[in-house]
Design a protein around this ligand. Structure first.
Ligand SMILES: *Cc1c(COP(=O)(O)O)cnc(C)c1O
Length: 477
């Protein structure tokens, strides 16, 4: 592109980095900002202005674009860039999707009690691996072992970084170099490239598929057992379900078969819950206690799905096998960190009193939230938005459903109350983008060109954030 004389003139007038550095010195905004960030922001601003000048068409008048060089505008831009550089990349957001255990949005919220404990343990020294009775080295797993066994009824337990790690570690310990029998209907893929066949390959186990996608019988497992068999594995199909002409082998039958042939039985429960959700009007998910009772040798599940704790993988089962797992050198690579451990201990202990757990663990609270409570929140948000009093804004209360998410309670929709937004002259896509770029971002969904926010996953103190952002979009739009 040819550059006109006017443009060349303007380019010559671009301030230098040194000049800008002198100017911003006197601005309070920059006092606590590292010099490297200021210099970077100035450079990027000057580059932007340069591009603006170059990209203007040649016949534009000097007056029309000289505003670009206004020093207050340039300083404003430096501030914006510096602010964005300093703003954390991992941000708090408002989850208006209605998906309670949303893997992309951080899965479970940690209860405030657990946060307190987490803060204390991470800001002070702790007995992480120190036995206060003997004064000698201790085990980090002892912080949660007792309570896990108490709640689940298991002989022994072990915790690692996440459930994927738990599955890998168990398979590697029990069945490396041996055959692992799995039903074809259970070779699941969880989001983020966790696939049972791939994890199996990495663990050194040899996958032996039995049955068909929709039907697997005890005789299928039995027919596949030979001298090479090291494990019978059952995987909870937590993010889908096979309906219609189906058959799968019950845990009890699988355990009986394993006992008869002296082959251990493992179950990857995926989500894992200590609570029978059917008692609260939700679809029944198998509980960890039921699997322990059925006599399964080794069970793995997540800490941050239905359990509502921090990211972790929990392994429970027979002491003999857990002891082997603890000796596996892989445990060091997959080990749980102290912040997680602090939050996990606190979360697990809430389960000693189910009512308390339902009340204090945000994931459980949101899942079992009575419809009228959600409705009241929706009414409140609706009124707040109505009071903005802008004729372009249309606010609707909608009966829709939320999802459990996180590969749990696969086909269940939870009836919920949503607030829908339409703004005259603005598409739902534009609203969605604006809300997503809000500080903090508000993540909702679009249906029929309406921007929809589900009140189940919106916290009480987040209503005003939404009100402000809608107000802001109307002022700008
Ligand atoms: C979610 C899930 C996993 C992985 O658990 P993470 O805690 O996310 O590592 C493994 N297996 C099943 C069946 C799952 O649902």
């Amino acid at each position: 592109m040819e550059i006109s004389e006017i443009q060349q003139n303007l380019l010559r007038k671009l301030p230098s980095v040194d000049y800008m550095l002198e100017i911003v010195k006197t601005d309070e905004f920059f006092i606590d900002i590292p010099k490297s960030v200021i210099v970077d922001s100035i450079r990027r601003t000057i580059e932007n202005v340069r591009n603006q000048i170059i990209n203007k068409s040649g016949d534009i008048t000097e007056k029309e674009i000289s505003g670009i060089l206004e020093i207050t505008k340039i300083i404003e831009s430096v501030k914006n860039i510096a602010f964005n550089i300093l703003d954390p990349n991992l941000k708090r957001i408002v989850n208006a999707t209605g998906v309670v255990v949303h893997t992309n949005l951080g899965r479970s919220l940690i209860s405030s009690d657990a946060i307190e404990q987490l803060t204390l343990i991470s800001s002070r020294y702790s007995n992480l691996e120190f036995n206060l009775e003997t004064g000698k080295r201790g085990s980090r797993y002892s912080a949660v072992d007792e309570v896990i066994c108490e709640i689940t009824g298991a002989e022994a337990s072990m915790v690692v970084n996440n459930n994927a790690a738990a599955v890998l570690l168990c398979l590697e310990t029990i069945s490396a170099g041996k055959e692992v029998i799995v039903s074809r209907g259970e070779l699941v893929e969880i989001g983020g490239s966790f696939r049972i066949p791939d994890v199996m390959a990495k663990s050194g186990g040899i996958l032996k598929e039995v049955g068909s996608t929709n039907r697997t019988h005890v005789r299928d497992y039995e027919g596949a057992i030979d001298n090479e068999t090291g494990l019978l594995l059952k995987v909870h199909t937590s993010n889908y379900s096979i309906v219609g002409f189906t058959a799968s082998v019950s845990l009890k039958d699988l355990v009986t078969l394993g006992k008869r042939y002296h082959i251990p039985v493992m179950e990857d429960l995926g989500s894992g819950t200590f609570i029978d959700f059917s008692r609260y009007g939700l679809v029944k998910e198998p509980t960890v206690q039921e699997s322990v009772q059925a006599g399964v040798d080794i069970i793995t599940f997540s800490g941050d799905k239905l359990l509502g704790g921090p990211q972790a993988g929990i392994i429970v089962g027979k002491k003999r096998i857990i002891d082997e797992i603890k000796k596996n050198p892989l445990t060091r690579a997959l080990r749980i960190d102290k912040m997680t451990l602090a939050a996990l201990e606190n979360t697990l202990k809430l389960y000693r009193d189910e009512e308390k757990a339902l009340n204090k663990i945000p994931t459980l609270k949101m899942l079992t939230m009575p419809f009228n409570v959600i409705e009241a929140k929706a009414d409140q948000l609706g009124k707040m938005l109505e009071s903005i009093n802008d004729p372009r804004l249309e606010v609707m209360l909608l009966d829709l459903s939320s999802k459990t998410g996180g590969g749990s309670l696969p086909i269940m929709d939870l009836p919920s109350k949503c607030v829908g937004i339409r703004i005259r002259g603005m598409s739902a896509n534009v609203i969605e983008k604006f809300m997503r770029n809000n500080m903090p971002p508000v993540i909702g969904r679009i249906e029929d060109d309406i921007f929809i926010m589900d009140l189940r996953t919106i916290q009480e103190d987040e209503l005003s954030i939404i009100e402000k952002s809608i107000d802001c979009i109307l002022k700008k739009g």
